[in-house]
Design a protein around this ligand. Structure first.
Ligand SMILES: [Zn+2]
Length: 312
């Protein structure tokens, strides 16, 4: 039977409901909390995450995919507690973020893939909490050997475990194209690849070139209007739907319940509309106003993420 691994256990894919496929529960800078514990008041952090997730749940979201890899502070027990208390399913991520830790200079690609596979098949660090997706990243169009190693490792993990590959890419450099080429070259199943942050551009040639490869495309930074205003993000989604690409589009925000990278005051000042409950409360109604039929909205927010997350 097909299942999806969440922070609180395996669930039936039909239970995923409406999904935010690229968000962050709590990010932090590794080593800081370990050395200066007062900078990461874990109980307060969890309370903050629960408060945000309750608002997200009340806005109509059932599941959040946490894209916080180990190197930006993944904390499986925090995810489990936040999920239990808020009632929101949370899917954890293995793989690495864009600055691949130098530790992996010391491993082979195969050894790197083996560590990520453990997260998926056995659980993270002995907790039994299993990751449900593997992440690979590329911001540039000339990948380093370490970038290539991490991308190939993700493809090995996909082949071995059946989980989807989610990616962080740059719409500015159009590194999504390179990511898809690299993944295809090492045998990844592109129909189970999500090209993240592609929606930071209105360049339809770039977006349709990605879609033609069969991958999912992430229009996943609603609310980050300093990069691209929401009206442009909305009209881009509406146009791609009109062109018939609905079954490959995923909508999210890349927001954090708690961030170790910026204080809430800094977020308010720099990105006042960057809030995890905004997609459901403001963006989906705006898409409907822009002419996107409700069945397409449901496909992008319910059916597509279920297809992405369900291990066949
Ligand atoms: Zn992210």
């Amino acid at each position: 039977m097909a299942v999806v691994a969440t922070a609180t256990g395996l669930i039936d894919p039909a239970s995923l409901g409406r999904v935010l496929p690229h968000e962050h529960i709590a990010t932090r800078i590794l080593g800081v909390a370990e050395n200066w514990p007062t900078t990461f008041p874990r109980d307060t952090v969890i309370d903050t995450c629960v408060a945000v997730l309750e608002r997200v749940r009340d806005s109509g979201v059932d599941t959040v995919v946490d894209h916080t890899t180990f190197d930006i502070g993944r904390d499986p027990q925090l995810l489990a507690e936040a999920s239990r208390r808020s009632g929101v399913h949370i899917v954890a991520t293995t793989g690495v973020w864009v600055k691949v830790p130098r530790f992996f200079d010391t491993t082979t690609t195969e050894e790197m893939a083996e560590l990520f596979t453990q997260d998926i098949e056995e659980g993270i660090a002995g907790t039994g909490i299993r990751a449900g997706i593997v992440k690979a990243c590329l911001d540039v169009i000339e990948p380093t050997p370490l970038d290539r190693k991490a991308i190939e490792a993700a493809a090995i993990v996909q082949r071995r475990t059946g989980v989807a590959i989610t990616t962080h890419t740059s719409a500015q450099t159009q590194s999504g194209r390179v990511m898809v080429e690299l993944l295809a070259a090492v045998g990844a199943d592109l129909s189970r690849v999500l090209v993240g942050h592609a929606g930071d551009t209105t360049d339809l040639d770039y977006l349709t070139a990605l879609l033609e490869t069969g991958c999912f495309v992430g229009l996943d930074r609603f609310g980050v209007q300093a990069i691209l205003p929401d009206p442009d993000r909305i009209s881009t989604v509406a146009e791609l739907v009109r062109q018939g690409w609905t079954s490959q589009l995923l909508l999210s925000q890349d927001a954090s319940c708690w961030s170790g990278w910026r204080t809430d005051a800094q977020r308010q000042q720099q990105h006042p509309t960057w809030d995890m409950a905004r997609l459901t409360t403001e963006i989906l109604p705006a898409l409907a106003d822009a002419g996107v039929p409700q069945r397409d909205i449901d496909m992008m927010t319910i059916d597509n993420p279920r297809r992405l997350l369900t291990v066949p």
